[in-house]
Every structure is written in structure tokens, then in C-alpha cells.
Design a protein around this ligand. Structure first.
Ligand code: AMP
Ligand code: ZN
Length: 136
């Protein structure tokens, strides 16, 4: 737990939230400034700023809960988003997965997708480098 963290305060019931689902490891609640109806957040109860700070057993519960929320809302189009770092649009430094319904063009998540040209040589070199570094 982190004393100044807004999401830790929600976990500890120190500030109110529209909680949707809780297990011993994770919590889901409505986003207070939604991009669309049903925009919700799923968080681990353990405090950690970024994805790599959270143990796998907590992370593995988060996507199934996002799926439950999407199912309960009956949405067919939605984005699952998880931001790490200020430049990557993270403003609350406690890991969270967004479940953001996309009901139409204007509501929900807008995505800028700055594609680079395909460079097979660069991809091949990166592929070799990463394969050797990834921990199984
Ligand atoms: P991010 O940009 O990924 O850090 O998103 C943080 C999200 O947390 C934003 O969508 C905020 O609207 C949401 N948020 C911030 N404070 C609260 C709160 N007290 N209760 C619910 N959602 C919140
Ligand atoms: Zn926290």
C-alpha cells in the first residue's frame, strides 16, 4: 500500500468508488471520468506503478475480470488498455487495466497509430536479440 495513492485509498475504503467486483487480489470499479458508458478499471490490490511491478498471480486475474465487465455491459466493441509511464498516458501510478466500451466513432477510446514502414532487416535483428533475452 502507498499512503498517497488514490487507488490504494479506494482499496482501503478511505475514499468512495463505484465498486463492481472484488476478490482477495483485485478490485474493479467505474472510472470517474469515463470515455464512454461503462468505462471501468481493474486494479491489483498490491500497490505498484507499472505492470512489471505486479506479481503474475495478480495480473492473471485482471483480464478475466475485464471480460466479465464487458459481458455484463453487453458491449460488442471495446478496448482493453493499460498505460505505463507519463509519456504513455499514465496519470495514476497504481497499475490499472481500462475496459472502455466503444459504442460509436466519437465515444470511447480514440487511437493514433503511427505505423512505420516494414523493414525486414531491422525486424530480423530485433527478433534474434529479443528471443535470446526473453525469460520463460
Ligand atoms: P491513466 O491515464 O491510465 O492513468 O488513467 C487513470 C484513470 O483513472 C482515468 O481514466 C481517471 O478518470 C481515473 N480515475 C482517477 N481517479 C479516480 C477515482 N477516484 N475513481 C475512479 N476513477 C478514477
Ligand atoms: Zn496504490
Amino acid at each position: 500500500m502507498s499512503a498517497n495513492c488514490i487507488f490504494c485509498k479506494i482499496v482501503k475504503n478511505e475514499i468512495p468508488a463505484f465498486k463492481l467486483l472484488e476478490t482477495p487480489k483485485i478490485l474493479a470499479f467505474l472510472d470517474i471520468q469515463p470515455l464512454s458508458r461503462g468505462h471501468a478499471l481493474v486494479i491489483p490490490k498490491t500497490h505498484g506503478a507499472k505492470l512489471h511491478d505486479i506479481p503474475d498471480d495478480e495480473l492473471s486475474e485482471m483480464l478475466p475480470v475485464a471480460k466479465k465487465l464487458a459481458t455484463a455491459l453487453g458491449v460488442t466493441d471495446y478496448n482493453i488498455l493499460q498505460n505505463n509511464g507519463r509519456i504513455a498516458h499514465q496519470f495514476v501510478d497504481h497499475v490499472h487495466v481500462h475496459m472502455i466500451p466503444k459504442p460509436n466513432e466519437t465515444e470511447g477510446l480514440g487511437v493514433k497509430w503511427p505505423m512505420q514502414d516494414t523493414d525486414m532487416d531491422k525486424l530480423k535483428a530485433l527478433h534474434e536479440e529479443l528471443k535470446s533475452k526473453i525469460e520463460n
